[in-house]
Design a protein around this ligand. Structure first.
Ligand code: NOJ
Ligand code: NOJ
Length: 473
């Protein structure tokens, strides 16, 4: 037998072993896997934070490495987006009472200030340099060619630090906040204000998408930008910077007014990007729904909205036939990648693979929708979502179902099982020791791409929180 055919045979044996394992997996085992994975994911995040983290000794204090992998691929850098998403998780822990994280959060403030002041290929301080997506672990500029600028990172960072600032203000730490976080001056010497100035002035300019591949106008970016500016305006008001508050609110309103341009009535789902070849289904859209709303909600495409739910289903439908592990799965949950035409294989380019982040994000969005239905005390089924909800109750018709009805209970139970079945896919392909890389191979299911990806762990943890009923802030 040729080496290549034996490889294929081996791969199909592995795939069917995986399929058998999945068939026997039920919700309780999803619960227990998630409980076991939680402390592993948490400590894996800390391993990737400088300078005390085991894998990040050479990194600045408060810098988050994307992965310890230094070649094939080299992810030993700090990305503004990944770092902000990581600290968003940690800030959630702080909000939930873990006050021991305060020094680390302040190190993140200092590192963010350092990165902002570092002149880089996107530009310099108090200007276009804030849009630089990636820095060396010691905070120096990465000068190689890259998809730059990226306008989402500063917005997510502003969201995290604005919440931190309001908590510090509540605790009486006014001078720390007005010195390092929000000084109300122009030009500013504080982190949040620089991010907000950047976002409010640059959101209309083209930037690269969160996957760093195409330049254009992106749903994910608009979602996180409108949120950051709305929250930032509240902080500006609280600190007496009322002119800025007005401007940030105006820009947030303009972004919100532009968001419906991403709804394609002909496709029947939200598209990811306007103005480039990449215009379709994308995991980034689901991430935008979550990161652009958080627990509070900003009234735009929340997880429980018709548009979010049908986009999620369209994404699942397009991913199902794409990867051969999905035909073996025998469960409604399937492996989900970044977008259908992806060719990045985790190291170079050939064929794209499913990602842990994207597979978990489908579940996180569904759990978040359940939490929102519970808070509203009802589910409304419309002509747009009818076939989506009929998956869980074939006889359901358009209408509003109160949380004390059988219809509501059946739909919510179905949604929960559906969400769990995506977790089961991640569970199946995770390493036995709980480690998570970036991707898993589309036909063998084995983990590929950057090992111990910080964002994979973060995505798992916020998904678990949503399953437990607590949407991230
Ligand atoms: C690295 C980027 O981070 C990734 O998103 C992209 O797909 C690959 N380069 C291939 O261009
Ligand atoms: C590639 C991903 O496409 C991008 O979103 C991420 O920021 C970097 N890897 C680092 O994890």
């Amino acid at each position: 037998m040729h080496f290549f055919s034996s490889l294929l045979l081996a791969a199909s044996i592995v795939a069917s072993a995986h399929a058998r394992a999945l068939e026997t997996r039920q919700s309780p085992s999803v619960s227990s896997w998630m409980s076991a994975e939680e402390p592993i994911a948490r400590s894996s995040i800390f391993r990737n934070i400088g300078s005390s983290g085991e894998f990040a000794k050479d990194a600045d204090a408060g810098a988050v490495i994307a992965s310890p992998s230094t070649d094939s691929p080299n992810y030993y850098y700090q990305w503004v987006r990944d770092e902000a998403i990581t600290f968003k998780y940690l800030l959630n822990q702080y909000i939930n009472g873990n006050s021991s994280l305060e020094p680390l959060l302040k190190q993140y403030v200092s590192e963010s200030d350092k990165l902002q002041r570092t002149t880089n290929p996107s530009g310099s301080y108090q200007g276009a340099g804030i849009g630089e997506p990636k820095f060396n672990v010691d905070g120096t500029a990465f000068t190689g060619s890259w998809g730059r600028p990226q306008t989402d990172g500063p917005a997510i960072r502003a969201t995290v630090l604005t919440k931190f600032a309001t908590m510090l203000l509540d605790a009486g730490e006014t001078s720390y906040v007005t010195t390092y976080l929000y000084d109300g001056q122009l030009p500013s010497n504080s982190v949040i204000k620089n991010d907000l100035e950047y976002v409010s002035h640059y959101w209309t300019t083209n930037g690269f998408d969160l996957w760093e591949e195409v330049s254009g106008q992106h749903f994910f970016n608009y979602m996180v930008q409108q949120r950051a500016l709305t929250e930032g305006a509240e902080l500006a008001t609280r600190l007496g910077d009322t002119g800025a508050a007005t401007y940030y609110n105006q820009q947030a309103a303009a972004i919100k007014a532009a968001l419906p341009n991403f709804w394609s009535s002909s496709y029947g789902y939200l598209i990811s990007t306007i103005g480039t070849s990449r215009d379709g289904l994308d995991c980034g859209t689901l991430l935008g729904v979550l990161h652009g709303n958080g627990a509070r909600g900003f009234g735009v495409y929340e997880a429980s909205s018709d548009e979010a739910l049908v986009t999620l289903q369209a994404m699942v439908n397009s991913m199902t036939p794409l990867y051969s592990i999905n035909s073996a799965s025998g469960s409604p949950g399937v492996a989900i990648g970044r977008y259908p035409a992806d060719v990045y294989n985790g190291v170079g380019t050939s064929q794209g693979n499913p990602w842990f982040i994207c597979t978990f994000t489908v579940a996180e969005l569904l759990y978040t929708a359940i939490n929102q239905f519970a808070a509203a005390g009802q589910i409304t089924v419309t002509s747009t979502t009818l076939s989506f909800f009929q998956q869980f109750l074939s006889s359901v018709t358009a209408g509003t179902y109160s949380s004390n009805s059988n219809t509501y209970a059946t739909i919510v139970a179905g949604l929960k099982n559906y969400a769990d079945s995506f977790i089961a896919v991640g569970q199946l392909h995770a390493a036995n020791n709980g480690s998570l890389s970036e991707e898993f191979q589309r036909s063998s299911g084995y983990m590929v791409g950057a090992r111990d990806l910080t964002w994979s762990y973060g995505s798992f943890l916020t998904t678990k929180a949503a399953r437990d009923g607590a949407t991230a802030f």
